[in-house]
Design a protein around this ligand. Structure first.
Ligand code: KG4
Ligand code: ZN
Length: 403
């Protein structure tokens, strides 16, 4: 079965084609294409993501990304179109809020014929609603034009399921830690499809904290990868000590906005200056750069410490057999390294109590940790029986996994 996926929940336009086969009850995946258009340059220019602007970019990017994804998958067939005039009229109606997307899609449909696709999967939440709607309407248009079934999928669940690309036999119960720009959630996975949120951030997500702290330090966007890079360059101990919010609470919740505020005050204090010129000249100075590196390392470590402590607690409390990471922040190399180390140590400790118990540690390749179309295609595979009538799909910006 060939699945075409569409992801537009935030600022990345992602489309993938995944070929799937059943092999003794376990899927065999073959990635035919995974194409992404990132709006990171715009994010850099404006210092973040703005829904209306991001929506416009998705409108511009969807068809070119789609055509590239089909081309890479060898599914772009340029034969004469066979769509009726009525179908074109109806497509105009479906995409009435996305006129630019409609124009580009029509040009495509006039040039190419229906590709060999069996199912379309599309993110319908959580995320930025104006952005979700562009992807959904695109999925609706394609489903209608070619009579291909369509299935809506949850973005957070997709961050978890993408791990099955490399690991077919995940043992349950599992604990999933999804850490992204919009979410920080610890989820009990009894089996795929059966989820319970154990805890989550009460304010900022971990990725959001990285992004905001990077802004305070005068660094670019998105903050996570920049802070990670700087932290790696830091030598020696940091001269500042930041709090580890909620690290010892008995629940599975997080809070990162206090960390950001602590960074703001500590940064202002470290940069106390007699006049603004002094600050400007300091900006380029060695000392200033050293300070940035020290802050980056300490911010990163504070986030990692809290994430690891709470995750280990959940693993123990629920007798988990697997730990699954996902979301943009799980691309962080230091986080992965420290999780791996502690999982080895902890696994040994767990083993001493129960000789049979080991905990599998799963984390996607870094480029599949951040938003991408492929994770939506994998989720499409697991949800293939949940197809809906295309016209019924709705965006839900606040969708929660397991509800
Ligand atoms: O999952 P994702 O691509 O989009 C959302 O669903 O939010 O996550 C984006 C977030 C951003 O906040 C970004 O700063 C963070 O993931 N991120 C990282 C790294 N790469 C991306 N954070 C820490 N270290 C990284 N290497
Ligand atoms: Zn995401």
């Amino acid at each position: 079965m060939k699945i075409l996926s569409i992801e537009t929940s935030c600022d990345d336009t992602g489309i993938a084609v995944l070929d799937t086969k059943e092999n003794k009850n376990s899927p065999e995946f073959s990635v035919l294409s995974n194409v992404i258009a990132s709006q990171v340059e715009m994010g850099k220019k404006y210092g973040g993501v703005y829904p209306a602007m991001a929506k416009r970019e998705h409108q511009k990017n969807l068809v070119p990304v789609f055509v590239t994804a089909l081309k890479h998958a060898g599914l772009l067939k340029s034969l004469k179109n066979n769509l009726s005039k009525e179908k074109f009229e109806k497509l105009k109606e479906i995409l009435e809020r996305e006129p630019e997307l409609y124009k580009k899609l029509i040009l495509y449909l006039k040039k190419y014929t229906k590709p060999d696709i069996d199912l379309i999967s599309v993110t319908n939440g959580p995320g930025l609603e104006p952005c979700l709607w562009v992807g959904i309407n695109f999925a609706k248009a394609l489903s209608f034009a070619w009579d291909i079934p369509v299935v809506p999928v949850n973005h957070i669940e997709s961050h978890i399921l993408v791990n099955t690309l490399e690991n077919k036999n995940i043992k349950f119960p599992a604990i999933a830690l999804v850490v992204s720009g919009g979410h920080t959630q610890l989820i009990l996975v009894k089996k795929f499809g059966d989820y319970k949120i154990l805890g989550e951030t009460r304010d900022d997500a971990a990725g959001e904290c990285f992004d905001k702290c990077a802004k305070i330090l005068g660094l670019g966007y998105p903050g996570g990868p920049i802070i990670a890079k700087l932290a790696e360059k830091n030598r020696g101990r940091a001269s500042i000590q930041l709090p580890r919010p909620m690290i010892n609470t008995k629940d599975y919740d997080f809070s990162f906005s206090g960390l950001k505020t602590a960074v703001l005050y500590a940064w202002q204090k470290s940069n106390k200056k007699p006049d603004s010129n002094f600050f400007v000249s300091r900006r380029k100075s060695y000392k200033f750069k050293k300070l940035q590196k020290e802050f980056a390392a300490e911010i990163q470590q504070a986030v990692i410490d809290v994430l690891i402590k709470k995750t280990i607690k959940a693993l123990k409390d629920f007798g988990a057999k697997s730990l699954i990471l996902g979301g943009g922040v799980s691309a962080n190399q230091e986080l992965r390294k420290q999780f791996e180390k502690v999982m080895n140590d902890e696994a040994v400790r767990f083993l001493s109590r129960d000789k049979k118990r080991t905990i599998n540690f799963l984390v996607p390749q870094a480029n599949l940790s951040t938003d991408n179309g492929l994770m939506i295609a994998v989720a499409g595979y697991f949800k293939q029986k949940k197809t809906v009538v295309w016209s019924d799909i709705q965006a839900n910006g606040n969708m929660r996994i397991g509800e």
